[in-house]
Write a protein that binds this ligand. Structure first.
Ligand code: ADP
Ligand code: GLC
Length: 481
């Protein structure tokens, strides 16, 4: 099949979160399965140092959107997996900026060009995709552009579209005055009418209306987003399309995230050499300026610090724990001030026990996965989540709230039977969090149980080999249909 995959983030070229990991790994695995995959993204400033080659015939692609004309070149750069290149839209006027996402006035135009440009480059090279797989709001307009282009281009007659919702919390809503810039003036009757009446246009909603199939990144999240509690205002639309909504849990790129082969950690280890994990714990703590004590469990966090991630659940229990128990805490992340301030205050109050690295570091993310004993993800909502799956592979026990992909990938440890892979709590409240933390300490000090728990997690397999096969089947069904 010819598969066009379009995303705003692709690891390691441009990443703020899991979307980047997923788009890169899925494209790579689909290519390995023998498909002809074009993975399209913008060429952001941060990628300037990469090796690029021009794509013959695509040095100058022209797109008109409203009264704006864009002319861009397509440049390819290889991804580490070796299976696929990223095809990057080189339009410096829109993408040569500091951030991947910006608050600039033309944000709608930046991503409209990603949608329309991806189709234009197919057209110019006469490459007819069987499937156009769009990711998140940034690519929400593509299914509608596809529909409109079919009226004058035969190339897309058989192209089917898939829209994957990685996070319903970001919908790409703009003022209705942007419609002209999106080239949708004449198609206003096809947009969400209630939004228009409220002077708005939403990229994601447009995608929900026109994609042939909707997917999201876990089965539980597929259910949750049909409820008001989780849908951020889109439950009606999603319920209306529930026959075309499937949950497919993300995979893990074990090429990058395996303790046996990880090149970013000081000491490789496996289930057979589990005791070597401690060497990473020691290295992690020393790097961060904390002392190592075998009896003190190390809690790790690697996260965007946003509302979604539920860190207010830690506001009371975590200082209590650090005050009364011998434990360590290593936090890597950045985001909203109230969470940054909280972790900064812990570091100040417990300088021997807690450390907060405010920023982004892939190396440190790997070292935390390898060195921590426990990994905290008390998410308010979590479409899939990758870090809990990485943690499992590194023998780092995840403490998660039972929501979205966390519910689908971590099973509560049953001490008497020795089954389960983590510590799971249900209710979004500080007491449930506190109990989970205390239970984790209790388990940590029960050496036999703890070892069982670590080994159970390490034996889990969430590989993309399997998950990419599920996408493949979905595409086949769609194309046959
Ligand atoms: P989300 O996509 O909601 O941020 P995921 O768990 O799916 O959550 O993926 C997060 C990804 O981003 C993981 O690969 C994680 O290691 C990485 N990550 C998040 N914050 C940082 C950070 N500050 N430094 C390095 N990597 C980070
Ligand atoms: C989103 C979600 C996260 C998911 C990731 C990749 O950003 O917040 O749960 O794992 O996308 O699908």
């Amino acid at each position: 099949m010819r598969i066009l995959l379009v995303a705003s983030e692709v690891a390691p070229l441009a990443k703020t979160g899991g979307l980047a990991d997923v788009s890169a790994a899925l494209a790579d695995h689909l290519a390995r399965r023998g498909h002809d995959v074009r993975l399209v993204m913008p060429l952001y400033r941060r990628m300037a140092e990469r090796p690029f080659t021009d794509v013959p015939g695509l040095e100058r692609v022209r797109v008109e959107l409203g009264s704006n004309e864009y002319v861009f070149g397509v440049k390819r750069t290889p991804l580490p997996g070796g299976g696929v290149d990223a095809w990057c839209i080189d339009c410096p006027g829109l993408y040569d900026r500091d951030g991947i996402y910006t608050g600039d006035d033309d944000e709608h135009r930046r991503f409209a060009l990603l949608n329309r440009g991806a189709l234009a480059l197919c057209e110019q090279s006469g490459w007819a995709p069987d499937v156009a797989h769009c990711n998140d709001w940034h690519v929400g307009l593509l299914p509608l552009y596809l529909k409109l282009m079919r009226t004058w281009s035969r190339l897309f007659t058989n192209t089917r579209s898939v829209l994957t919702i990685h996070n319903i919390g970001y919908q790409g809503a703009f003022g209705a005055h942007c419609i002209q810039d999106l080239g949708l003036d004449d198609a206003a009757h096809l947009l969400h009418q209630e939004d228009l009446a409220n002077d708005r246009i939403s990229f994601l909603k447009t995608g929900l209306l026109y994609a042939d199939v909707l997917t999201t990144v876990s089965r539980t999240y597929a259910r949750e987003i049909q409820t008001e509690e989780y849908a951020m205002g889109l439950s009606d639309m999603l319920r209306a399309r529930s026959d075309h909504l499937v949950g497919i849990v993300n995979g893990v790129d074990y090429g990058a995230w395996s303790p046996e082969t990880d090149t970013l950690i000081p000491h490789n280890f496996s289930a057979e050499t589990l005791d070597d994990k401690r060497l990473n714990t020691r290295a992690l703590l020393e790097n961060m300026g904390l002392s190592y004590d075998r009896r003190a469990p190390v809690f790790g966090i690697v996260s965007r610090l946003t509302f979604q991630k539920g860190f207010e659940l830690l506001f009371e229990p975590l200082p209590e724990l650090l005050a009364h128990r011998d434990a360590r805490l290593v936090v890597l992340g950045s985001g909203e001030p109230k969470y940054e301030e909280f972790f900064e205050s812990l570091q100040q109050r417990f300088p021997d026990k807690a450390v907060f690295y405010n920023g982004y570091s892939n190396e440190l993310a790997h070292l935390i996965e390898a060195g921590a004993d426990l990994f905290l993800m008390p998410s308010r909502y979590e479409p899939c989540g990758l870090n809990q799956m990485y943690s499992l592979r590194y023998g780092t026990v995840p403490i998660v709230r039972k929501t979205g992909g966390l519910a689908d990938t971590v099973e509560l440890f049953d001490r008497s039977r020795g089954t389960g892979t983590g510590i799971v709590f249900e209710h979004f409240d500080a007491d449930a969090m506190r109990r989970a933390l205390l239970y984790s300490l209790d388990l940590f000090h029960d050496e036999a149980a703890w070892r069982r728990l670590m080994l159970n997690g390490m034996a889990q397999d969430f590989s993309w080999e399997r998950q990419s096969g599920i996408y493949e089947e979905l595409y086949h069904r769609l194309v046959a249909h």
